[in-house]
Design a protein around this ligand. Sequence first.
Ligand SMILES: Cc1cc2nc3c(=O)[nH]c(=O)nc-3n(C[C@H](O)[C@H](O)[C@H](O)COP(=O)(O)OP(=O)(O)OC[C@H]3O[C@@H](n4cnc5c(N)ncnc54)[C@H](O)[C@@H]3O)c2cc1C
Length: 480
Amino acid sequence: MSEATVSISRLRRQGRVLVVGGGISGLAAAYELSRGGAEVVVAESAERLGGKLYAGEIAGVPVDFGAESMLARRPEAVALARQVGLGEELQPPATAQAALWTRGKLHPMPGGHLMGIPGDLRPLSSSGVLSAAGLARLTLDHLLPRTPLGDDVAIGEYVAARLGHEVVDRLVEPLLGGVYAGNSYRISMRVAVPQLFETVAHGGRSLIESVRKTQRRAAAAAPQEGPVFMGIRGGVGRLPLAVAEACRAEGAEIRDRTAVRELKRTVRGWQAVVDGPDGRAVLEADAVVLSVPAPVASRLLSAESPAAAAELAAVEYAGIALVTMAFRRRDLLDLPNSSGFLVPPVDGRMIKASTFASRKWAWIRDASSDTVVLRTSIGRHGKEQDLAWEDTDLVRFSREDLEAAIGLTATPVAVRVTRWDGGLPQYPVGHLQRVARIREHVAKLPGLAVCGAAYDGVGIPACIAGAHEAAQRVLNSLRR
Ligand SMILES: Cc1cc2nc3c(=O)[nH]c(=O)nc-3n(C[C@H](O)[C@H](O)[C@H](O)COP(=O)(O)OP(=O)(O)OC[C@H]3O[C@@H](n4cnc5c(N)ncnc54)[C@H](O)[C@@H]3O)c2cc1C
């Protein structure tokens, strides 16, 4: 492969910034940088922009093959969608009613909880989700002495100490499984439920009372109106594509099929060795935003910051597979009246959730009058063996579980398995401190910033917020 120095030939503005990674984090950073006056090049190794946001099609029906909804109670994702012209396309789920498949039955998700931790025992008592012994155990919360919290604690461990294992295994675990594909007995309580952590740290010994207090405070601080989640007609996978268009309109250059292999500091800034469609080349830039998963960031920083690289290499990831299936409507009995269901791992099933996409999103339902789309997800941190199966096996397991859960026996007319190896970074106890150490090491390298799902939260709004912060840090360094 030939080595050539590629100059980024446009008007020199604030300075030249190389953004590595064209997922939502990289593109949101690129947009902020371009609008802040920087000359931007985005290098994305894949042919497709968007990373874990991926709008596709099954049996002619548009669907998301990756992330599908954005938390709307945080402003960043919906604000970015509006900025890049997708405001009119935002659409809340048609139904917010979720269910739990446990103890051999589908149960409506009991209300009044915070990430599965009950603040109100009445809906839980009547839901059938917990056994009589599990329900009785909850009441000890008011009697038990205070449970030490320390600087941080695994959410499952703390909740089990106060309320028993059953509520963790049947409620907290499936909800956290949905967000992190993680194990609640390892995930940081400070990360998963930060407001509750604060309330518990400063409150009384009862966890149920702390949940209530946290919910009351949240309601008083910002009377929440409007939907909790938003989708985008045609898929949230449209968001990164629209952001990329907006970047181009600001003069940014976006290169797909361009993998960054090495990063080096130079006297003036940074040099990147990239492999692109035209072979190997060297890109020069004044600053770099690294918005790639932690293992890639680790490799790229190994020469300039072995300490940051070592911390990044220690970030663990969970792999996930999504099985999307299209059915003929006439082949299906009616689906239950919910957006789908979660499955607690203790029940020993293969799938961890199913989304009734055509029920959840009106834009999917309306796209075809005779096709119904469902998806299942498989894979949890620590259960990598589940993903060792062939695609055909994952489809078979999904269909077996769907038959047992909702009596679905129809044969799909189209099936698509999307594998997300290293899909979700884990946030165990100690992760916040690790991220602080990474940031300390990175701050020693002028003109470098990191962002992405591994740092400030895995959700789309958190990724965008982290990207904006990284972009501002780089713009400030360029101005200096
Ligand atoms: C199956 C699944 C479902 C999810 N569902 C939701 C959801 O409904 N709602 C929600 O809020 N969040 C969801 N998430 C989480 C969220 O989608 C991700 O955390 C977020 O999209 C991560 O964005 P990112 O840009 O940080 O990383 P990524 O999307 O991973 O982007 C990183 C990019 O860097 C590129 N890259 C890697 N190496 C190189 C290199 N050497 N050079 C150049 N480019 C490189 C990759 O190809 C990729 O495009 C889901 C995640 C998964 C896996």
